[in-house]
Design a binder for this molecule. Sequence first.
Ligand SMILES: Nc1ncnc2c1ncn2[C@@H]1O[C@H](COP(=O)(O)OP(=O)(O)O)[C@@H](O)[C@H]1O
Ligand SMILES: [Mg+2]
Length: 474
Amino acid sequence: MRPRTLRARLVAGVLVLLAFACATIGVAASLVLERFMVERLDQQLSMTVGRFAASLEHGEGNARRADSRGQSVGTLGVRFAGGRVTDAAVVASTTVDNTGLTLSDADAAVLAAVPVDGCGHTVELSALDDYRVMSITGADGDVLITGLPLEGVNATVHRLQFGEAVVFAVVMTVAGVAGAIWVRLSLRPLERVAATARRVSTLPLSSGEVALPDRVPDEDPRTEIGQVGAAFNRMLGHVGEALARRHASEQRMRTFAADAGHELRTPLATIRAHVELARRNPGDVPEEVAHALERIDAESSRMGTLVDDLLLLARLDAGRPLARDQVDLTRLVIDATGDARVSGPGHHWRLELPEEPVTLVGDADRLYQVVVNLLGNARAHTPPGTTVTASVRVPDPGRAELTVTDDGPGIPEELQGEIFERFVRADKARSRALGGSGLGLAIVKAVVAAHVGTTAVESRPGRTVFRVTLPISG
Ligand SMILES: Nc1ncnc2c1ncn2[C@@H]1O[C@H](COP(=O)(O)OP(=O)(O)O)[C@@H](O)[C@H]1O
Ligand SMILES: [Mg+2]
């Protein structure tokens, strides 16, 4: 039942404090008033004390004759002699004679207990209401008690309390409503900060160019909320700057890769042409030179592949349009597996294909490269004897799914999240020796993304699955 929002909590807190203040003021006011009125009653008592009670004595046995002149209505007179009540009377009215009163034993005991000190004391009598009484010693040693009713005091105090209750209820209601409105208005800037923060939190900040939302509107920097807003704006500024820099450096990196690819292509082609020429005219070159030429040939063709990969990625980055061929995915997989069988005779190659060919519209060469890269990885990064299964399925009309599964050692857990990034390789030394550049899966991802498809990997020792889904659109 505790209020949740800061707004509700603030209003509740203010109301609790206000209720406490009202209660304190109310209690204090009625105490002060009561005390003041009782003091006045005591003054009145001490002016007349003993007079009425003493007069009772003369009307012995007949209180009607007691002297009630100058006594106000309700005045009580009691005379004790030798510890016993000898006379008791109450002034009924100033015109009519006073009325005799028979006190019960309990009331007599209460009155007898009043200290004989000439000060006011409050007593509760069963025959009458609350009384303020004063007791003195009479001339002949008896005890004379005079009392005045507290009824008027109590009525006034109750009236005050009722008035207070009404006023406080109104004040609390008004304060509650006004407080709620006021707190809402004061916290509005905070809501704006929260809304902006929410918008930022939904942005995909991890990649690409990000447009940050507008800043929080400028607020008074002297208020706490204004400071939060200003700090938040500064933070957004820093984040925006960092993101822009990252984007720029990504852009630079891409441009560099593309430029490097272009620049390398011509000299590489020249080298390969010359090696080709040299090898075609062996003559009587020494063995070592023939071997060196062979190495140059192999390495330059590997470099050619790398340059081609870089250029392909650069083209995909630039968003160049793909070819729109009618592609038979099943055919593609059969061909690529056939090639893999030749280059990886130590592995077991299996195919799982549907009865009907699966066709889709896309770039046949690029898609072929996707399959080749996946199969190539399953061969290069697993030991001979590994079983590799390439399968095509249509899990639902409109989607084709290509999976390449192997029972090799798998990909380290911590690398699986970034395995599709450029130049990411589990075992750099080994895969470089195998001729891998770390671009194969990046190309897979980029080509599939250009076809509006998805790529995924799941891997544990003994089972690695690369899954590619592609839309079959018309
Ligand atoms: N089937 C697989 N089994 C084990 N590791 C793999 C497999 N496929 C890819 N990898 C890991 O992913 C890395 C990245 O693959 P890729 O981008 O094709 O680069 P490359 O093959 O040039 O090294 C590889 O270096 C390898 O460590
Ligand atoms: Mg590879």
